[in-house]
Design a protein around this ligand. Structure first.
Ligand code: TEU
Ligand code: CA
Length: 618
């Protein structure tokens, strides 16, 4: 593939992996999809023409930066065929219903108001009854909890608030007894600054192998090595006067980035992963795994990109030059020999780069978590707005049809890093039950692996915080401090409440006394249980093809067609807003198998979803 230049047409840039995803990201900022670059006028523009029109408004280094980033990927996008119609290779992780547990707030059994391993063990029968077949545990390792366990101090020790290694062994054994897989969280882009490796790294900057485990750069108190900023606000460097050096942290000040160019780091990570896989763990969710390779020399980030994204330097770490090499080595020396499952967290990158990470021919990852649909349109997480499910429909159709026959989607609406999706969509709680059930049935009838986040099965909404005293998340607390330079405390608190990760980290209300609207929660639980059962028993929903029947505004009708071993097709009709919409013309003899409304109606009501099955006689 030839390198692109300033005179390459946008439509040709759109055909390169990084170019596709960058142009899609730019389109998203104006509420469009990348398809806009197939438009003859727009597709024939070039960076040179744009530069001419934009003049001084756009710094010329921006296009140079984009061109070198796009040219840094030498992989071709081979046509991997149409995801929606291919017959995939069966695998347990394609059929699984995953449930993400954030141990700190899942279930507490010793009244310290912190979830623990005995709490998880005590709920395995509940999860088995729901129909869950695989668990993903957010980090349970020893940690000072600056970022609630995503700052690991000892990879082979259990956090004392959660319990003991013996209790973990019991948990793993009890999962397997119930034919449930268990995957852990692999956080190896960084360690805690209290990790033994980092503590040894501080001893001296010469003749010290551990010093090369991290990114240390010479400097003085004023001039840090580059302009990179942390995703948790502020600069991405700590200064150590005793060494006269800075060390890199893309996240909190206590999460120090590992230097993956160092073969000793890669070997130490591989050793640790094998240690857990030898214990019988079934795989890992890999925390910001796409950040592990950085541009050599850690050069300054482009100021225009930094100002737009608030992440100065991101073009130098979101998809670095050796990323595929490192992941392939990890797969070859740890995951593949154990037939272990891997899902990589992949912030910022889009479908093309994700395809190169997950296509089976690449022997890298089984799946990724893509975040393009976590916010609708050009919105960011801390914006105060109503998420538009029409955006989700466009996104999921695009991925269902373009991702490629050798790649497999993860399907999720919630996780521990985001406010609850039902509250993003609707601020009026009276819609939350039907909305929770709409999201459930979409997630479990689309093609891919569903990841249910703890509490989704009760339709848990956002929490109401009364002041910043209630907010514990380091990302939110840091952001609040920076906001105070631009707005008053009340405005800053309101903005934090719109996007804080704390919404997803409130202890689950297990006892009826703790549960408001207990009957609504039980209704949502029963709906989840039924929908999971329908999916689990239906190869068409697991592996069948996907085709769109209607994608008109506020509607989403689609068909899942039989997988060879089954006769039934499924027809799903959804209303994506409060507005009533015309119903679909159903296939003959369609039988309603699940609805989130108890009565029937001529039109689809607010957030109504109906799942039908039928024999396709066409
Ligand atoms: O998150 C990576 C990440 O980029 C998140 O901060 C995300 O961008 C944002 O919070 C909203 O989506 C992973 C973990 O999931 C997160 O909990 C950790 O704080 C972070 O890495 C550092 O380990
Ligand atoms: Ca506890």
């Amino acid at each position: 593939m030839n390198d692109i230049t300033k005179t390459t047409k946008l439509k040709d840039i759109y055909r390169t992996p990084i170019g596709h995803d960058i142009l899609s990201l730019i389109a998203k900022q104006i509420g469009k999809t990348g398809a806009v670059f197939k438009n003859p006028f727009i597709g024939n523009l070039t960076f040179a023409i744009i530069q001419k029109f934009a003049g001084k408004k756009v710094d010329s280094t921006l296009f140079d930066t984009l061109i070198s980033f796009i040219n840094s990927c030498k992989d071709e996008i081979t046509d991997f065929g149409n995801t929606a119609t291919s017959a995939p290779q069966p695998a347990w992780w394609k059929e699984a219903v995953f449930y993400q547990i954030y141990p700190r707030s899942f279930c507490d059994t010793n009244n310290d108001h912190i979830g623990d391993l005995p709490g998880i063990i005590s709920k395995l029968d509940y999860l088995h009854e729901l129909g869950v077949t695989a668990l993903w545990l957010s980090p349970i390792y020893d940690s000072p909890n600056d970022d609630n366990g995503y700052d690991i101090r000892d990879y082979k020790k259990i956090m004392h608030e959660f319990g003991t290694m013996e209790q973990f062994d019991t948990l793993l054994c009890e999962c397997h007894k119930r034919s449930m897989h268990l995957i852990m969280d692999l956080v190896v882009n960084h360690t805690s600054d209290e990790h033994e490796w980092f503590q040894k790294a501080l001893h001296s900057k010469t003749d010290n192998p551990y010093h090369e485990y991290y990114y240390f750069h010479d400097g003085s108190a004023e001039n840090q090595p580059n302009n990179w900023t942390s995703l948790f606000s502020g600069k991405a460097w700590n200064y150590y006067p005793e060494l006269g050096q800075y060390a890199l942290h893309l996240f909190s000040k206590k999460q120090m980035d590992l230097n993956w160019t160092n073969p000793s780091v890669r070997a130490a990570v591989i050793d640790m992963v094998n240690w857990w896989l030898d214990k019988g763990v079934d795989g890992f969710r890999m925390d910001v795994i796409t950040f592990i390779s950085k541009t050599a020399g850690l050069p300054d980030g482009n100021t225009t990109i930094g100002a737009m994204s608030k992440m100065y330097g991101l073009e130098h770490y979101i998809y670095g030059p050796h990323l595929h090499e490192y992941i392939r080595e990890l797969n070859e020396k740890a995951f593949a020999p154990h037939h272990a499952f891997s899902v990589g967290e992949a912030p910022v990158i889009g479908m093309s780069m994700s395809r190169l990470l997950t296509n089976e021919s690449r022997k890298e990852l089984n799946m990724v978590f893509n975040f393009d649909a976590l916010e609708s349109g050009a919105h960011q997480r801390f914006d105060i707005y109503n998420y538009d499910l029409n955006y989700y429909r466009t996104y999921v159709i695009d991925w269902m049809e373009q991702y490629g026959s050798g790649s497999w989607m993860s399907l999720f609406f919630d996780n521990h890093d985001n406010p609850r999706m039902i509250s993003k969509i609707e601020k009026d709680a009276s819609y939350h039950t039907v909305l929770a059930e709409l999201l459930c049935a979409m997630q479990l009838t689309l093609r891919g692996t569903p990841f249910i986040y703890q509490g989704d099965e009760w339709g848990i909404p956002n929490h109401s915080f009364s002041s910043m005293q209630d907010i514990t998340d380091v990302e939110s607390r840091n952001l609040y401090e920076t906001l105070l330079s631009k707005m008053n405390p009340q405005e800053a608190f309101t903005k934090i409440c719109a996007g804080t990760r704390d919404h997803a980290r409130i202890l689950l209300p297990w006892t009826p006394a703790e549960r408001e609207q207990q009957s609504a929660k039980e209704e949502v639980f029963c709906f989840y249980k039924k929908m999971i059962s329908i999916r689990t028993k239906s190869p068409s929903l697991l592996y069948g093809t996907f085709s769109v029947v209607s994608k008109k505004k506020n509607r989403f009708f689609y068909i899942r067609s039989p997988y060879p071993s089954e006769s039934y097709s499924y027809f799903i009709e959804c209303a994506l807003s409060r507005k009533q919409v015309h119903k679909a013309k159903l296939p003959p003899d369609a039988e309603l198998v699940l609805s989130n409304y108890k009565t029937r109606s001529k039109r689809l009501r607010a957030y109504e979803i109906n799942v039908y099955r039928f024999i396709d006689r066409r």
